[in-house]
Ligand binder design. Structure first.
Ligand code: ZN
Length: 78
């Protein structure tokens, strides 16, 4: 799989990646699985690594591919 160098790459994959790419996504800092949450009402999208404590938020964005494949909330560690 492609190497993810930073959280911008993670966002790219979550928004535009294939189902398999999204499933295999890991935190660029610690290599562990990440989580996300998307809200339909506010179009807000939050991506986090609970291990590192990193959280990135975006609002007003179109629905990311990961939401289409895995639903509005997902913890990739499960
Ligand atoms: Zn991490």
């Amino acid at each position: 799989m492609q190497q993810l160098n930073d959280w911008y790459d993670v966002d790219d994959v979550l928004y535009d990646g294939t189902k398999e790419e999204i499933e295999n996504i890991v935190c660029p800092d610690c290599g562990k699985k990440i989580s996300y949450r998307y809200s339909d009402g506010s179009n807000s999208f939050e991506v986090s690594c609970k291990l590192c404590g990193h959280i990135s938020r975006a609002t007003g964005s179109p629905k990311p591919n990961c939401v289409i494949y895995f639903g509005n909330e997902y913890d990739f560690r499960k």
